[in-house]
Every structure is written in C-alpha cells, then in structure tokens.
Design a protein around this ligand. Sequence first.
Ligand SMILES: [Zn+2]
Length: 169
Amino acid sequence: MQEPVLVLNATYEPINVTAVRRAMVLLLKGVAQAEEMHSSEVHSAAHAHRVPSVIRLLAYRHIPQQSRALSRKNILLRDRNTCQFCGRIFPSSELTLDHVVPRSRGGRSSWENLVACCYRCNNSKGDRTPEEAGFKLARRPRPFTLHTSRQLMRLIGHRDERWRKYLFY
Ligand SMILES: [Zn+2]
C-alpha cells in the first residue's frame, strides 16, 4: 500500500506522486480516475480493487510553480541524498543541512542557501563559506521547479513502465 502512484492533472500533466492508499481514497471519492493499473488487487470488505499505478484528477487543479515546502526532506530529495561538497551519496540519517553562507554571516534558510551535507564535510567547513573552506559546491542550489520534480518522478517511477508515457522518457 506504500507503492508510489503517479498523479496527473486533468490535462494529463504529471503533478505529484502519492501512495496507493491515498490514491484509492481519491478514486473512491470520485475525485480521480485510474489511467493505469497494476495486475495486483487489494481487497476491502465487499470488493476487490485493482491497484492503481497512474491516476488522473477529474477537475483541473492549479499548481503554483513553487509549491514544495522548504523542508529537510525536500532538500535531501532535491540533492538526491548527495553531499554537495564531497559528492558522495549517504542515507538520510547520515546527512545534515548546511547553510552555504553560514547563518552567523547572515546566510538565510532558503532553497538557495541550504544543501545536503555529510557530517564530515559539515564539521570541516565549520563557520566558513565554501570558498574560505576550499570547498566547491557540486551544483548551485535552486528551488524545486517543475523540471526538478519531473526528474524526481522519473527517479521514483523508474521500475514502473506504465509511468513512462506520461513523463516522456
Ligand atoms: Zn561530504
């Protein structure tokens, strides 16, 4: 029930990824319809339901460009769990968030100033800017954009062939 389900807008534009349980609720409420199904079924009291893989909202929903909340989880997602200084991939528990320009120097907590960072790099960088510490950022940190989210959807859905035609890859 935790399998990812791709959510399309009424216009077939991919807008989100949700879990099967939530997708089933949207289907049962009549808010969305299933576009692609898995062959497996889930059973409720009276019925068997095919497990959805892709669902589409029946009413068009306006999605603001930057609707993703600034959170630790989303920063790690954006940076793909890669320390932005040493370039290595870590489990979330071994990553922290680094203020590129330290807070003590007026650096803000924003998409552009927060990056995923391993504890080792974080300690050795300390209260310095990357330049001062001799570090180079792997990528310039940016807010989530439609482009970034689509890449993430592809990443999440790479095992599900049914997502391909909606994500164009
Ligand atoms: Zn590192």
